[in-house]
Design a protein around this ligand. Structure first.
Ligand code: CTP
Ligand code: CA
Length: 223
């Protein structure tokens, strides 16, 4: 049946998923982080495994349990995520980068806990590598999927990222909406593909959206 076809349509494919937020240490007890919970990426990893794919999930710190049948690599920083992703990339058929990667990290990590003083404290941050941009440069057979979490001009920014990072498609979401994006079970997305076609979707559970995103991945893989 067609349902059996969808449920196994990723057999033989290796899907690399990144999820959660990276954290960037400041001293032994503090870090800079973001509000990503990892739910979107974990839902994608779980559904891809259910559809028969070999799944590797590179995850930032999260309270979520390892999805069934998925190889999970836990990392903390953007640079650790980059190492793990680059090692798995050559053998991957598709990469889905749902992680919220820190764009900056503290220039230096203090060896001892930073003590407060009467003065203000200024942090010096330096740029982290853009992992997805690097994958876009290295890309051969791999299908590349990015996410764009925006608080305004969602479609415009997402289209720019799609082009700049050489993606097959991008999942755009407006994180300024209370029911979509970081920290909630639901999301409202727009998919934009290489040809420029934009498809909006209504508010859905992250599980349902995982299915939609993987349907598109399967479609591109077939081409
Ligand atoms: N990304 C990445 N490495 C980074 C930053 C982002 O791989 N250092 C990936 C994210 O996983 C996501 C996509 O790039 O799939 C877009 O991330 P986003 O933060 O929306 O875009 P940026 O290019 O970082 O631009 P900005 O934060 O300025 O909007
Ligand atoms: Ca960013």
């Amino acid at each position: 049946t067609s349902q059996e076809l969808t449920s196994q349509n990723l057999t033989g494919q290796k899907i690399l998923v990144t999820a959660g937020g990276t954290i960037e240490p400041l001293d032994p007890v503090r870090y800079i982080g973001n509000r990503s919970t990892g739910r979107m990426g974990y839902a994608i990893a779980e559904e891809a495994a259910r559809r028969g794919a070999e799944v590797v999930l590179v995850s930032g710190p999260t309270v979520l349990e390892d999805p069934a049948g998925v190889r999970v690599i836990r990392i903390e920083t953007a640079r650790q995520m980059r190492e793990a992703v680059l090692a798995e990339f050559p053998t991957a058929s598709a990469v889905i980068k749902s992680a919220a990667v820190a764009d900056y990290r503290p220039a230096a990590v203090a060896e001892q806990k930073i003590k407060k003083s009467e003065d203000d404290l200024t942090l010096h941050l330096v740029r982290n590598p853009d992992i997805l941009y690097e994958l876009g440069q290295k890309k051969e057979h791999q299908v590349l999927v990015g996410f764009a979490a925006e608080t305004c001009k969602v479609e415009e920014y997402a289209r720019k990222k799609l082009a700049k990072k050489n993606l097959d498609f991008i999942v755009a979401n407006d994180v300024s909406e209370a029911d979509a994006g970081f920290g909630v079970e639901t999301n409202r997305i727009k998919l934009i593909d290489r040809s420029g076609r934009m498809t909006p979707y209504p508010l859905m559970s992250k599980k349902e959206l995982a299915g939609i995103i993987l349907d598109h991945v399967a479609e591109v893989l077939e081409k």
